[in-house]
Ligand binder design. Structure first.
Ligand code: NAD
Length: 351
């Protein structure tokens, strides 16, 4: 087995879904001299992808609506909408086209790999390969081991992540894996504060002052509110009552305010002023949440993340608690607070 793990490096990669993530992941692969076939069902998405990867060397890039072009790829990464049946339908059509040795991976943020791969003929060659947004600036990649993923697949994928100069952590399967459990505990607390009456801009400023690269509402806009809503649905399986803010996301999606990709979410882009539609919806839902503890905003939000981190460790989802610290800094873009997340939270004055 060890022999095959160190087998030849992956040279050609297929990516299905040329949206925010798929096109950014394609660019990283091109930067490292790999051949990329980027497939989308939508010609316009392919045209946008071509523009966004313009800066990367594109001689080895094929953009196409035809899945058959993936036949020679050694690794195919699915990065389409966050929806179980859409992904499973795609795999049913994709798997027979690929070589028996090819690895199929999903960039899903939240859906368990075991569930996604339930109907595959070769579940051993299937795993999660979860890149973090914005891909160029976040080195961390979660490699998710499904219960039926074989070790050779994990070994090849780890070597591949290293080859494109990213930082892999291997995590066990389950809704939201590790990164999105941490992230949504934090984002959920931010939405809960705002529904409890705290000013949205006060929450944004508090987290920027803390050193986060985006405030939580800009982060939701960056991820996409449709994707965030879908992710929230999967996570509610484990979060239950701990996941707040979903009514706000539902209303925002219904109002077609999808975040940066649609030009408006909690903010309007490129001006980055608060979107009046979001302000109206927040006013409408205000008071549906108790604001609770009077601790400073950053302490509230980071403590919510810290509580989730402790659960993740207790459940054995990471091999080493240090992987949580790597995830917070290199996957989510928080500052490397002195001593790490847990010592920082423990040192905060409790209310
Ligand atoms: P997106 O909406 O920007 O793009 C999805 C693309 O998939 C669209 O271009 C769509 O046309 C295409 N598509 C849909 N069904 C298809 C099919 N059957 N065949 C071919 N193309 C199809 O979405 P995104 O934000 O890039 O997210 C993609 C995946 O990555 C999701 O699973 C999401 O959870 C995950 N993810 C997203 C983020 C984020 O911050 N947005 C971060 C990490 C992972």
């Amino acid at each position: 087995m060890q022999q095959s793990i160190s087998s030849k490096p992956i040279r050609s990669v297929g990516i299905v879904g040329a949206g925010i993530m798929g096109s950014a992941i394609a660019a990283v692969h091109l930067d490292h001299g790999l051949r990329v076939v980027l497939v989308d069902q939508d010609e316009e998405a392919l045209a946008r992808a071509r523009q966004s990867i313009d800066a990367a060397p594109s001689a080895s890039l094929l953009l196409t609506t035809k899945r058959e072009a993936l036949a020679d790829c050694e690794l195919v990464l699915e990065s389409i909408v966050e929806n179980v049946s859409a992904k499973q339908r795609l795999y049913a059509e994709l798997e027979p086209l690929l070589s028996p040795d090819a690895i199929l991976a999903s960039n899903t943020s939240t859906i368990p790999i075991g569930r996604l791969g339930a109907k595959l003929a070769r579940p051993g060659r299937f795993c999660g390969l979860h890149f973090c947004h914005p891909v160029r600036h976040r080195p961390l990649v979660e490699v998710v081991r499904g219960t039926r993923t074989d070790e050779q697949t994990i070994g090849s994928v780890l070597a591949h992540v290293g080859a494109i100069k990213k930082m892999p952590i291997v995590v066990e399967d389950g809704p939201g894996f590790v990164i999105n459990r941490l992230l949504f505990a934090y984002l959920s607390e931010a939405m809960s504060l705002v529904l409890g009456g705290v000013d949205l801009m006060a929450v944004e400023r508090a987290m920027l002052d803390f050193g986060a690269s985006f405030g939580p509402f800009e982060m939701l806009d960056e991820i996409g509110l449709d994707t965030s809503f879908q992710a929230g649905l999967v996570l509610s399986e484990i979060f239950g009552d701990r996941l707040a803010g979903t009514p706000l996301l539902v209303q925002m999606v219904k109002a077609a305010q999808l975040g940066r990709k649609s030009g408006a979410g909690f903010f309007i882009y490129p001006e980055k002023t608060v979107n009046p539609i979001a302000a109206r919806l927040i006013a409408q839902w205000k008071g549906t949440n108790e604001c609770g503890s009077p601790s400073p905003i950053a302490v509230r939000l980071m403590s919510a993340m810290g509580r989730e981190a402790r659960r993740i460790i207790e459940e054995g989802k990471v091999r080493d608690p240090q992987d949580i610290e790597l995830g917070v800094v290199h996957g989510l873009g928080f500052p490397a607070v002195q001593g790490g997340l847990f010592p920082w939270i423990d040192a905060c004055p409790k209310s």
